[in-house]
Design a binder for this molecule. Structure first.
Ligand code: ASP
Length: 624
């Protein structure tokens, strides 16, 4: 028989009980995390979102409560009433924050029972993620998950406060709207009222926030849900949350300042200090130094070791002399056998037209000085795992094909990024040996949101601004310049004159924020003049007609006194993931989709009724 709650009121949260509360009358409510039956004494670990406390049911003191205690099982919902007491010296549990005390119950109410769940929230690690997602309500009860969402709340609140304090207004924009320009596939919503017509879910509030600047709001932000129909990855979901902002009359430095302040506030809310200002690097330098536009600075970058190779080496080693030659090293890996090295070869992406050298004994036979020089240049220690990456002359596109004065060619970028990708794959694989990631893991494990305690995050988190991306990319297949960013991104004012005459040289006034190998966000100073917008559309091969069809309302708005403006959007889920020390976005999103884009709990997507389809003027064609 279950009990009613009646007029019982909770006095404390389980996790808050301390020695100082001893002697107080305490009413706890929560779930039975564990139950231990010692005959006349039954111990219940009771859990609520704040933590776990021990309740003792003594047959002498409460025969009725003890009897109920015999019947309760893990995950029953109970209320325990009694007096808090200090545990005896032998019974103190230093691993639990509440381990010095226990509730000596005088009454137990069983508020609800439970079906036997497929797993218990008290289990340390639950192996099967599908089961977790299907029964997400139970999974979310786990202490780690509760902690992740407390953290998420604190971070969101800190960002809201910081932006509000910086003069930003939180303004909502539509979810049912028109295709936006981020370039991913749209989710479409059929209109019942307008047969054959569709709304698109926003890939971001981009156009609306720009219009809010035209409307004079000056500083806007939104914790905005965005929808992109893309393949799922560990750091990508179909719907995700951005900290989206836009401001009028800014230089890029103003945007950086705003973001650095709210990031510092977010990190502080998690109990971690984050030094500002963040360093900056140009896109070209990021590619040269890390082979990536979202570099992880926790490990050494790439070194240019071209000067170590004498002329005859190119022929002998079959290396393209027109392309970069770089060394990468992973510290602390120690000597690897030939077999161990070969096991790593599949981690190298051969499609990028690059090759690598990892057998330095062999190289030393023909070019001993080269090996010495590579080690010197790259500062390689004896225990470092060293690899040289170079261009493969056998690749079908020659180095000169896409070379434009003053910028990296596609092939150069490919060689650098082959090295950069290899570097990050090996860094993951040998994390136990170089231990660079452990610094971050340990810090987030020890950090305590809300405690007022601040851990120094400067060695654990490495934010970096990537600036001066090229405005256009050359598309070999169509021999055309195509946009590298969404089409409202402004070029640098100094490069404006070259838009048509020399597109290769034009730098976009856009920026990315990367941290620990993750892209946290991107933004730009926007085009605010109709004439420039037209040139950009032209150079992107977007006709007037097409531009009007897609963004007509926005182009119209641009003609009505648009102030210079710019902004950025940061991935909130990714920020929380970093500070929670989670390996996957799903750990910080309440009800995420699987890699196959399914919500296992709600069972979405599903078919709908004929009637619904008819109303929406939709006929479904399935492959028979
Ligand atoms: N809307 C852009 C994005 O979602 C961000 C921005 O440019 O503000 O990537």
């Amino acid at each position: 028989m279950l009990d009613f709650l009646g007029n019982l009121e909770r006095t404390h949260m389980c996790g808050d009980l301390r020695a100082a509360n001893a002697g107080e009358r305490v009413v706890l409510m929560g779930w039975v995390n564990r139950r231990r039956d010692h005959g006349n004494l039954i111990f219940l670990d009771v859990r609520d979102r704040s933590g776990i406390a021990q309740v003792v049911l003594d047959k002498e003191l409460t025969p009725e409560g003890h009897l109920k205690g015999e019947q309760v099982r893990p995950e029953y919902v109970i209320a325990a009433v009694g007096k808090l007491r200090l545990r005896g010296p032998d019974a103190i549990n230093p691993k639990m924050p509440t381990g010095e005390v226990e509730l000596e119950a005088t009454e137990l109410r069983v508020l609800n029972d439970t079906k036997l769940a497929p797993f218990s929230p008290s289990e340390e690690a639950i192996q099967n993620e599908e089961v977790r997602l299907k029964h997400r309500y139970i999974d979310l009860r786990r202490i780690e998950m509760q902690r992740n969402f407390l953290l998420r709340h604190e971070i969101t609140r800190a960002i809201r406060e910081s932006l509000s304090d910086q003069g930003f207004l939180e303004i909502e924009t539509p979810i049912l709207c028109k295709s936006t320009p981020e370039g991913a596939r749209d989710f479409l919503v059929p209109s019942r009222v307008h047969p054959g017509e569709f709304y698109a879910l926003p890939q971001s509030p981009q156009i609306f926030k720009q219009i809010l600047m035209i409307s004079g709001f000056d500083r806007y932000f939104q914790i905005a849900r965005c929808f992109r129909d893309e393949d799922q990855r560990a750091d990508r979901q179909l719907e995700f949350t951005q900290v989206d902002l836009e401001m009028s009359f800014p230089r890029r430095e103003h945007v950086f300042g705003v973001v650095e302040r709210f990031c510092a506030a977010a990190w502080a809310s998690a109990g971690v200090s984050l030094p500002t200002p963040f360093p900056r690097i140009t896109y070209d330098e990021a590619i040269r130094q890390y082979g990536s536009d979202k570099p992880d600075l926790r490990l050494p970058g790439l070194t240019d070791v071209r000067s170590a190779f004498p002329e005859p080496a190119f022929e002998t080693l079959q290396i393209d002399s027109a392309l970069p030659i770089v060394a990468l090293r992973i510290p602390g890996v120690g000597e690897l056998s030939r077999k161990e090295r070969e096991d790593n070869h599949p981690l190298f992406d051969h499609k990028k037209g690059a090759k690598f050298i990892d057998d330095f004994k062999r190289l030393a036979k023909s070019f001993p000085d080269t090996v010495t020089r590579i080690r010197e240049l790259s500062g390689t220690a004896a225990s470092d795992y060293l690899i040289v990456v170079a261009g493969d002359p056998a690749h079908h596109i020659k180095a000169s094909d896409t070379k434009f004065e003053g910028r990296l060619s596609e092939r150069e970028i490919n060689v650098y990024s082959a090295a950069g990708n290899f570097r990050s794959e090996l860094a993951k694989k040998y994390a136990d040996r170089h231990k660079a990631f452990q610094v971050t893991d340990e810090l987030v494990r020890n950090a305590e949101p809300r405690s007022g305690k601040m851990l120094d995050g400067s060695n654990a988190f490495h934010p970096i601004w990537i600036i001066d991306f090229p405005m256009f990319e050359y598309d070999l297949a169509t021999a055309n310049w195509v946009p590298a960013h969404h089409p409202f991104t402004a070029p640098h004012e100094a490069d404006m004159a070259n838009l048509v005459s020399d597109p290769a040289s034009v730098r976009a006034n856009c920026y990315d924020l990367a941290m620990n190998g993750l892209e946290l966000g991107s933004g730009s100073i926007r085009i605010h003049r109709k004439d420039v917008q037209q040139v950009i559309f032209q150079s992107l091969g977007i006709s007037d007609e097409e531009a009007h069809k897609r963004f007509g309302f926005f182009l119209d708005a641009l003609e009505y006194g648009t102030p210079p403006h710019g902004g950025i959007a940061l991935g909130l889920d990714r920020i929380v993931m970093l500070l929670a020390g989670a390996a996957n976005l799903r750990e910080v999103i309440t009800f995420p989709k699987t890699a196959k884009a399914i919500d296992l709990m709600a069972d979405a997507p599903t078919t709908v009724t004929e009637q619904q389809l008819r109303e929406l003027h939709i006929r479904v064609m399935t492959k028979s």
